[in-house]
Design a protein around this ligand. Structure first.
Ligand code: ADP
Ligand code: MG
Length: 494
């Protein structure tokens, strides 16, 4: 039964009386080659029902086997989130009947998830830091896909996705605004990409999120009844669904109605949620321990190996960029958004000590080139040493930043490995930083404009630009502008 609920805008005053409480359940599809309990391929986009064996289909007499890599990926995520890793893992059957579930049950973890507790730190737009606590991370398998094609009266089903490994990350009801939920999801996306366990793409369904939302009077101790919202296929839509649900629930409470625990679906076109099912018709999943799988024991040695192979985490790099390189938090945030960019920057900082300039080059010319050609940093033609050489040329006053970025850098992009000072020389761009040759040019310009000099001395400081223009013109654009400016002021103020 789908019936939409529209709400009129409510006043900020009424909104201010309530507190929003959010807990998220995030599914991440793991980047393994084979499925969670069989060796069937996980390749996306194959012809329907070709990545399936009798095990995926759960035929009688077949036996599942746990994918070790998938367990490892779940542990990676747990370690990155400061969870406690469960040493003896049992699996459970969750029974329900649905056309996309060939076995009639899903093998998941009910009691005793692989990762317990933990937290994900987030930073909000105004700089506020917050640790969002996790309840658990458990392993499970994906379902197949039902398809309703236009003009078809029958439902078609593709089991290729059935059995693909998933982790489910369950937060505590710890978030208090749609922004916090959004940042939490962004952090998860960043983490799974750094850890290389999931591609983090929500639009394509590799990350999926259910949002549990409730309201309570500000300052109350007890949470309200929660509503679970499904079917949001972007980070933005999760935030929209939460905002809508907040208002809808306030309107209900304000008009004396009771919130019912139910599952609602989000419609991206209208921005509204509508009821799918209530707790009364809640499934009884009849969980019981999976009899066909023996427990997976995580040994000390295995855990240590996974820990040792963990890549640097985004928050560690962020802190290092701020503390060691003295970068503003904004820069550190942009540079650690993707691991590859962060590692390129790290490597750049091995060749230059001007870290802020290095950051400016990354966020400016390097990023715009990558964006323009939709290239990945791995395909960027200039090695970190090349960018470091450019920074050095600017620092030594051989070329200005604008000449470096607009004339030399494009040449380097065309021919990998070319030395920037060679390019600058060949294009006759090396600027003159020799006081001995710049000073006579300036003196000449001043001598030719005695009237303007007097006007300047009488207070018309804006004439400085005119003098600079003349000096640059006369030096054919090669005078080091900083130096020229300094000498010019000295001579004028004499
Ligand atoms: P259920 O028993 O309905 O599955 P859980 O206690 O397992 O509920 O919680 C499922 C998710 O809902 C978790 O992410 C949790 O943080 C969140 N949650 C629980 N209670 C609330 C609440 N009152 N408001 C918002 N979210 C909640
Ligand atoms: Mg639960």
């Amino acid at each position: 039964m789908i019936e939409e609920t529209k709400t009129a805008p409510i006043s900020a005053e009424i909104k201010g009386k309530y507190e929003l409480v959010i807990g998220l359940e995030v599914h991440a599809q793991l980047l393994t080659n084979s499925k969670m309990y069989t060796s069937d391929s996980t390749t996306f986009g194959n012809l329907p029902n070709t990545n399936i064996s009798v095990i995926t289909l759960g035929h009688p007499g077949t036996l599942p086997k746990v994918n070790k890599r998938a367990v490892e990926y779940a542990i990676r995520m747990g370690l990155a989130c400061d969870c406690e890793v469960t040493r003896r893992n049992i699996f459970s059957r969750k029974n329900y009947f649905y056309p996309d579930l060939p076995k009639g049950y899903q093998i998941t973890q009910d009691k005793g998830p692989i990762c317990v507790g933990g937290q994900i730190p987030i930073i909000l737009g105004d700089g506020t830091k917050k640790n969002v606590k996790l309840n658990r991370i458990h392993m499970e398998e994906d379902a197949g896909k039902s398809m309703h094609l236009v003009g078809e009266t029958d439902t078609l089903v593709d089991f290729n996705r059935a059995g693909v490994p998933l982790i489910e990350i369950v937060s505590e009801p710890d978030m208090r605004s749609s922004e916090e939920a959004y940042m939490f999801l962004m952090e998860i996306k960043k983490l799974v990409r750094y850890l290389e366990i999931c591609d983090g793409n929500m639009e394509e369904g590799s990350l999926r999120c259910d949002a549990n939302i409730s309201i309570m009077p500000k300052g109350a101790k007890e949470f309200g009844k929660k509503v679970e919202v499904k079917n949001m296929n972007s980070f933005r839509n999760v935030a929209r669904a939460i905002e809508h649900e907040f208002e809808r629930q306030i309107v209900m409470v304000e008009s004396g109605e009771e919130i019912i625990s139910e599952t609602r679906t989000f419609d991206a076109t209208s921005g509204l949620t509508s009821s799918m099912r209530t707790k009364e018709d809640l499934n009884d999943y009849r969980y019981f321990p999976e009899p066909d799988l023996s427990p997976v024991v995580v040994s000390e040695e295995w855990l240590e190996n996974i820990q040792n192979e963990l890549p640097p985490l985004p928050r560690e790099l962020f802190q290092k960029f701020v503390d060691k390189y003295g970068l503003p938090p904004y820069d550190a945030g942009v540079l650690t958004d993707s691991k590859e960019i962060a590692l390129y920057f790290e490597s750049l900082c091995q060749s230059t000590k001007n870290y802020k300039a290095a950051s400016n080059w990354m966020m400016g010319p390097v990023k715009s080139y990558l964006n323009e050609l939709t290239l990945h940093i791995d395909d960027f033609p200039i090695k970190p040493e090349g960018i470091a050489a450019l920074i050095k040329m600017v620092d030594e006053g051989k070329v200005s930043f604008s000449v470096a970025s607009q004339r030399v850098y494009p040449e380097m992009l065309k021919a990998d490995g070319r030395d920037p000072s060679e390019i600058a020389q060949a294009l006759n761009l090396i600027q003159d930083s020799d006081e001995g040759s710049i000073k006579p040019i300036i003196e000449q310009v001043l001598a030719e404009n005695p009237g303007k000099v007097n006007e300047y001395k009488a207070g018309k400081k804006g004439l400085l630009g005119m003098f600079m223009g003349q000096v640059m013109k006369r030096s054919k654009g090669k005078a080091d502008p900083k130096l020229a400016n300094k000498i010019l002021i000295e001579l004028l103020e004499k």
